[in-house]
Design a protein around this ligand. Structure first.
Ligand code: 5AD
Ligand code: SF4
Length: 506
C-alpha cells in the first residue's frame, strides 16, 4: 500500500481540510505513514494569511527537496491557500513540487496522484466549485474519534476586508445544507463526540441553500440587522435557526461552539439563540481587528467600534458569565498612536480574556496594498507586545476570579504531565487533580465532570475533580482504549508531522 503524510499549516479550516484529505486518501487505498519522512506522498496543506506563513512553505519544500534527491519517487503535493493563490506559478518557483491542489479540489486528489503515477506531468488543479458547491462529509471513525470535532457549515467569504487574502484563496461564500450539517453532527455524536465547533470564515452569515430551516417566528424581530434599509429583512442570516435546529435534532450533544463569527452578523436573533440554548457555550471568539473607527473603515470591516461594544455588551448581558476573545491586527497602514490607543481602550472595555494578535502583513491581491505599509516593523512589534501585556493581565485577572468556584469540565485527555485535562464551556484549560482524578478508573475523555478550582496559572486552571456529571460515551472509551493499546504495541501510525504555524498569543 502506498503511504501518505499530510502536514498542516495554519488555521482550523486547514486542519479540517487535512482530515478530509486523509480520509479521501485512505478510501483510495493509501495508508498513513508510520514515519512521516518515509511517506510515498507528502502533502503540505498551506496557509497564506500572512507572509510568514508562506515563507514556511518555501522552507519546508526546500527541506523535502533534499529528501526527494535521495528518494526521487517521493511525491510532494501542495494544498490549501498558497496552492490556490499561486497555482502554476508555484510550480515554476519550486520545481520540486509534483502536485498543486486547491481547497475545493480535495476529492480529486487520488485521480491526480494516479495521473502522476502513470508518469504524467506535474498536476495543477485549483478550481472553485462555485456552480455546484460540495462539502466533503467527515467520516467519524470510532477508532479515531475524540471528545470534540469540527463541522463545516460554509466556505469562502463575501466580505472584502482590505487586508485579507481569504476571498481570493477560498472564493465566494457557499453554504452547506442544514440537513447535511445536522446529520454529520449526529454521526459524530454516535461516534462519541460531545462537543462540536461549527466552522466557517464568517460562520454566522450562514443561510440554508435548501430552504429547510423555519423562518423567524412572530416576536423574533431583530434589533440589529447586518444590512440596513429595505433589504434588511430578506437579508437576515439563518445561523440562529441552524443553531436551534441542531439543538432540537441532536439533543445528546453536550456542547456547541462556532468560529469565527463576523460582528455585523451578531444580530439580536443570535443573542436570543444564546439565551435559549444551554448547549451553546458561554464563550465567543469574535474578531474585532481594531478599535479605531478610521482604521475599521480602511479595513472595510463595516461596523464601528461603538457597534461592536454595543452588541457584545448585549450578548454578555443576555448570557451571564460569557467571555469573549478576539483577533486584532496592529500596524495596519495609517495606524497612528491614537488609533492604537483606541484599540487598547476597546480591548479593555470589552474585557477580552484572550487574543490572537497579528502584525499587519501585506498580501497580494488585497485592496490594502495601495495603502502601503507605513508602520515600522519595530513599532508593530512594540504595539503587539503592549496588546499582549494588556490581554495577559485581563486573562490573569479572569482566571484568578474563578479560584474557589465550581466548573463543569469536559475531559479531553491527559496533559504532557499525565494529568487528566479538559475545558470549561468558556474554553479555559483545566488540569484535574485529586484522588478521583488520579484513580485508575478515573473518568476518561468525553466525560463531563464537576471540579473545584484550586489554582490559576498563566493560561490554565487546576481543579479538584468532585463529581462525575456524565460518563464518557462507551464507544469513545473503547476506541481510546484500543488506540492506546495499539500505541503501546508501537503500531499506531504517526498521522503526520505536527501542525505548524498557528500564530498569535498563547
Ligand atoms: N496581516 C495580518 N493579519 C491578518 N489577518 C488576516 N489578514 C492579515 C494580514 N494581511 C488576521 C486577522 C484575521 C486572522 C485570521 O488573521 O486578524 O482575523
Ligand atoms: Fe478575511 Fe474579512 Fe473574510 Fe475574515 S471576514 S476571512 S478577515 S475577508
Amino acid at each position: 500500500m502506498p503511504s501518505y503524510c499530510v502536514v498542516t499549516f495554519g488555521c482550523q479550516m486547514n486542519m479540517h481540510d487535512s482530515s478530509r484529505m486523509e480520509e479521501v486518501l485512505e478510501r483510495a487505498g493509501y495508508e498513513a505513514s508510520v514515519d512521516a519522512e518515509q511517506a510515498d506522498v507528502i502533502v503540505l496543506n498551506t496557509c497564506s494569511i500572512r507572509e510568514k506563513a508562506e515563507h514556511k512553505l518555501r522552507s519546508e519544500v526546500g527541506r523535502l527537496g533534499l529528501l526527494k534527491q535521495r528518494r526521487p519517487e517521493l511525491v510532494i503535493g501542495v494544498a490549501g491557500c498558497v496552492a490556490q493563490q499561486e497555482g502554476e506559478r508555484l510550480l515554476k518557483a519550486l520545481p520540486q513540487i509534483d502536485l498543486i491542489i486547491g481547497p475545493d479540489n480535495i476529492p480529486e486528489l487520488p485521480r491526480l496522484l494516479s495521473e502522476l503515477d502513470r508518469g504524467g506531468l506535474p498536476q495543477v488543479r485549483t478550481v472553485f466549485d462555485v456552480d455546484e458547491p460540495s462539502f466533503l462529509a467527515a467520516t467519524p471513525t470510532p477508532g479515531r474519534s475524540s471528545a470534540t470535532a469540527f463541522v463545516t457549515v460554509m466556505k469562502g467569504c463575501n466580505e472584502r476586508c482590505s487586508y485579507c487574502i481569504v476571498p481570493t484563496t477560498r472564493g465566494p461564500e457557499r453554504y452547506r445544507s442544514s440537513r447535511e450539517i445536522i446529520d454529520e453532527i449526529a454521526r459524530f455524536v454516535d461516534a462519541g463526540v460531545r462537543e462540536i465547533t461549527l466552522l466557517g470564515q464568517t460562520v454566522n452569515s450562514y443561510r440554508d441553500p435548501s430552504g429547510a430551516l423555519p423562518p423567524p417566528g412572530p416576536g423574533d424581530e431583530n434589533r440589529w440587522r447586518h444590512t440596513r434599509g429595505a433589504l434588511a429583512q430578506e437579508d437576515e442570516t439563518e445561523f440562529p435557526a441552524l443553531l436551534l435546529a441542531i439543538a432540537h435534532e441532536v439533543p445528546e450533544l453536550l456542547r456547541l461552539r462556532y468560529t469565527s463569527p463576523h460582528p455585523r452578523h451578531l444580530t439580536s436573533s443570535l443573542i436570543r439563540a444564546h439565551q435559549q440554548l444551554p448547549v451553546l457555550c458561554r464563550h465567543v471568539h469574535m474578531p474585532v481587528q481594531s478599535g479605531s473607527d478610521a482604521q475599521l473603515k480602511r479595513m472595510i470591516r463595516r461596523y464601528s467600534s461603538a457597534e461592536y461594544v454595543e452588541r457584545t455588551d448585549a450578548l454578555k448581558e443576555a448570557v451571564p458569565g460569557l467571555t469573549l476573545s478576539s483577533d486584532v491586527i496592529v500596524g495596519f497602514p495609517g495606524e497612528s498612536d491614537a488609533d492604537f490607543e483606541a484599540t487598547l481602550a476597546l480591548v479593555e472595555r470589552v474585557g477580552f480574556v484572550s487574543i490572537f494578535g497579528f502584525t499587519y502583513s501585506q498580501r497580494p491581491f488585497t485592496p490594502a496594498l495601495k495603502l502601503g505599509d507605513d508602520v515600522s516593523h519595530e513599532e508593530k512589534s512594540r504595539r503587539l507586545a503592549r496588546l499582549f501585556a494588556l490581554v495577559d493581565a485581563q486573562k490573569e485577572k479572569h482566571l484568578a476570579s474563578l479560584v474557589g468556584g465550581e466548573e463543569l469540565v469536559l475531559i479531553e485527555g491527559h496533559s504532557r504531565h499525565g494529568n487528566l485535562t479538559g475545558r470549561t464551556e468558556r474554553n479555559e484549560i483545566v488540569h484535574l487533580l485529586g484522588e478521583a482524578a488520579e484513580r485508575a478508573d478515573a473518568p476518561g475523555a468525553g466525560a463531563l465532570v464537576r471540579a473545584r478550582v484550586g489554582e490559576a496559572f498563566k493560561n490554565s486552571l487546576s481543579a479538584e475533580l468532585t463529581a462525575l456529571v456524565a460518563p464518557a460515551p462507551r464507544v469513545l472509551t473503547e476506541a481510546l482504549r484500543r488506540s492506546s493499546e495499539l500505541a503501546q504495541a508501537g503500531a499506531t501510525p504517526r498521522r503526520g508531522l505536527p501542525m505548524i504555524g498557528a500564530t498569535g498569543s498563547p
